[in-house]
Design a protein around this ligand. Sequence first.
Ligand code: SAH
Length: 350
Amino acid sequence: MADDSLRAVFARLIRATGPISVAHFMAESNARYYSTRDPLGTAGDFITAPEVSQMFGEMIGLWLADIWIRAGKPQPVAYVEAGPGRGTLALDALRAAARHGLVPDVHFVETSPTLRGVQRQRFPQATWHDDFSTLPADRPLMVVGNEFLDALPVRQIVRMAEGWRERMIGWDAAGERLLPVAGTRPMDAAVPADRADAPEGTIIETCPAAAAVTADIAARLAAQGGVALWIDYGHAEPRDGSTLQAVRAQHKVDPFAHPGEADLTALVDFAALVPVIAAAGARCDGIVTQGEFLRSLGIEARAATLARHAPDHGPALARALARLVDPAEMGNLFKAMAFTAPHWPTSAAF
Ligand code: SAH
């Protein structure tokens, strides 16, 4: 039987046509990874904020209800989640939002059949989409994505002595290991003028897919009304270098060693998305750290309330709160960015 591991598929492809781009490698690896497993939770490869505590989704639900009320409670309205994982965020957010009268129809943009199955158990009435193009066009959209953009493929360009080249993935001389190599085609035209003379070895990483998705949604908000919230690990200022990393069983591993078997992510360059939002006609409300976002929505008061009702859970709640907001944990590394229809009010916490 033919070896259908992704490593073997890449081996045949690279032997036949030469090295593949980092973006191609990352896109195929994550498509395989997410379609063949549920990677979330304590038994899985990594844990995300909604899986740490119900408080995370609840704060997002309150944030959504607040802007919806100030926008005049438009009906109908759609909740759209990009890459909803197990549906935990949606469950907690929509329960909190419903207490304030916000009961939207639910749309999930999800490519993994395995995770769609998990989501369907919690939201049998939801509508699934392969991408954003099929979302309803006749109502405001309230879009949420947590750790969605970081899974989208990045493109890398590396400065060599002879000029800028696309960073590709090929085999080492022995044909045993996948590793990054410089492509042969000159890529100088793709580099901003002020970076053209960067020192040899400099890597510039971009995420065209994140920009494209953000532009699509911003244009929808401008036309239909609504708000979008991206939460992800990333930076608010541009920076150089590869941020590609792989996590398996909650440990960092070589991103090229086990294609399709480890979660590949890259830091989100939020600053790069700001002009994209403006160009599509929407308004960026700002970029804040996850800690600032959750604190200004009252997560500490929520933790205190939960602890009063279930004193046994006090220590676990305190740990979960710290994990979400402390600067040394997820509080600073993760950022929240919101953008809105120009005719909608500014969202809270920005
Ligand atoms: N938001 C969830 C899951 C994060 S993992 C949480 O915070 O727990 C990334 C999610 O994005 C998974 O659901 C994965 O299947 C989905 N995903 C990855 N690439 C995607 C793509 N190109 N289109 C739609 N969904 C994608």
